[in-house]
Design a protein around this ligand. Structure first.
Ligand code: PLP
Length: 458
């Protein structure tokens, strides 16, 4: 395949893109990272800012020293950078967390009230937007269409059936398995029409597309939003939860301790106002600096340009995958809905962990395989029965089902995709050979492990 413009003008903005890694044959190649949906490498600007700011690092909200004041101001400004990035309302609080998972757990605790209240989540969620609701609410799942997309018909019929008892619709902005982008503002409209609120898991959405929460008086407004810095080129452990301050005013926070309170006696607690109330302990100032640097860089590059570049990558990859015999793709391309830059597939005759291992050992290509912490979604895409799932749950030594996922970031290139497609075509043409050669992977597919349950890892 020949492509006239194989490079990425974004590539030199990201750290580590030219690092050489060893192959099984002892040779070294420049690594190809197609696992950006799990985590992205840092932007060089992020590393630079962290290094330059390090001499100024001091405690946040805990001192009158000059450096403490500088750090506290920067940390608080970070909330405004985030607010502007997603156009959150001024009555919303921006809470800094560790990641999306922590943000959703925090929201679930804050909203938890009576069990009779219903949270509608969906059949396509990451476990982070499924499990935290289960023990606190009555949970029901919005169904999928045959193509694996979210069914808005199912959403509406559930909203009707629960007759006003739905408190929240918790839905992902984009799937980490199929890459499908959900029509969030349409979902918000429906949700609000039935008196409920909407939470959007932005982990796979916010890094790839321009997101706008819209004003609260718009029926298409997003009430709550969460996302992770490490999926948008800002490691150092910062996530975000945004929502109306009133939600957190009366809720008892999950984490309690210093920084979240006014005056405390052994008999009583005077809570601080949100967001401080929700951020007990020493804040992750460097993580926030990393996040705001990434936001500023991505905004300057323009999220629309990023989205269209990544669309070219994913379109090219999907077109190539469709030409390889034995490949099944788990999302269809029908031109009706947008997607982010990832796709999952299987190759007949080879287990997903074998494919991932071969790509890594032969060409230094990092992909993800397994259930991607979206177990129910992958189970549905693979049409696994309840009996089959039970069987896998109770037989530790069985090769778990799953898929292979490739996911792109701004620095990936068409040339890298060509390397991947060439190797995958070769593997597909020599399936039996590779199945035998890599049979040990199925027994010992966790590095240093006992071979059990390795594919459950997200
Ligand atoms: N939601 C989605 C859609 C994800 O893909 C992920 C991670 O892959 C998460 C939530 C959890 O993100 P984190 O691990 O940063 O908490």
């Amino acid at each position: 395949m020949i492509y006239r413009n194989p490079g990425s003008s974004f590539r030199n903005l990201v750290a580590g893109t030219d690092v050489k890694i060893p192959l099984a044959n002892g040779k070294y190649v420049t690594g190809i990272n197609f696992d950006n949906a799990a985590t992205t490498p840092p932007l060089s600007a992020v590393i630079r800012e962290i290094t330059q700011f390090a001499p100024w690092y001091a405690s946040v909200h805990r001192g009158k020293g000059y450096k403490s004041i500088v750090c506290s101001d920067l940390y608080e400004q970070g909330r405004e950078v985030v607010r502007e990035f997603v156009n959150a309302d001024k009555r919303d609080v921006v809470i800094f967390t560790k990641n999306t998972t922590e943000s959703i757990n925090m929201l679930a605790y804050a909203l938890a009230a009576e069990k009779e209240q219903v949270v509608l989540t969906t059949d396509m969620e990451h476990l982070a937007n499924d499990m935290p609701w289960r023990d606190k609410f009555t949970v029901d799942y919005i169904a999928l269409t045959k193509a694996g997309r979210l069914s808005l018909r199912s959403l509406e019929s559930k909203l009707q059936a629960y007759e006003g008892r739905v408190k929240l619709v918790a839905v992902t902005g984009a799937s980490n398995v199929t890459g499908y982008i959900n029509p969030i503002h349409k979902i918000a409209r429906l949700t609000h029409q039935y008196g409920a609120r909407i939470f959007v898991d932005g982990a796979q959405w916010v890094p790839h597309i321009s997101v706008n929460m819209r004003p609260p008086d718009s029926v298409e407004h997003i009430d709550y939003l969460a996302f992770s810095g490490h999926k948008m080129y800002a490691p150092f452990g910062t996530g975000v939860l945004i929502g109306p301050k009133a939600t957190f005013d009366n809720a008892i926070p999950v984490y309690q301790g210093g920084g979240a309170v006014g005056l405390v006696s052994q008999q009583s607690i005077e809570w601080d106002d949100p967001p401080a109330k929700c951020e007990a302990g020493t804040p992750n100032m460097m993580g926030v600096l990393a996040l705001i640097t990434a936001i500023e860089t991505l905004s300057k590059l323009n999220l629309n340009s990023i989205h269209s570049y990544e669309q070219r990558l994913i379109d090219y990859a999907i077109s190539g995958l469709l030409t390889i015999p034995g490949i099944t793709l788990y999302s269809i391309r029908d031109g009706t809905e947008a997607r982010v830059s990832l796709v999952s597939f299987s190759l007949e005759g080879l287990h997903h962990s074998q494919i991932a291992e071969i790509l890594s050992q032969k060409a230094g290509i990092a992909v993800r395989n397994g259930l991607f912490c979206a177990h129910p979604y992958v189970e549905k895409l693979l049409r696994l029965s309840d009996e089959e799932i039970k069987y896998y749950q109770t037989h530790d030594d069985k090769k778990l089902p799953g898929l292979v996922r490739i996911s792109f970031g701004i620095y990936n290139t068409i040339s890298e995709i060509e390397v991947f497609l060439d190797l995958l075509s070769h593997i597909a043409s020599q399936r039996q050979y590779y199945a035998n050669k890599y049979s040990y992977v199925l027994e010992h597919n966790r590095p240093g492990g006992d071979g059990k349950r390795a594919d459950f890892y997200c």
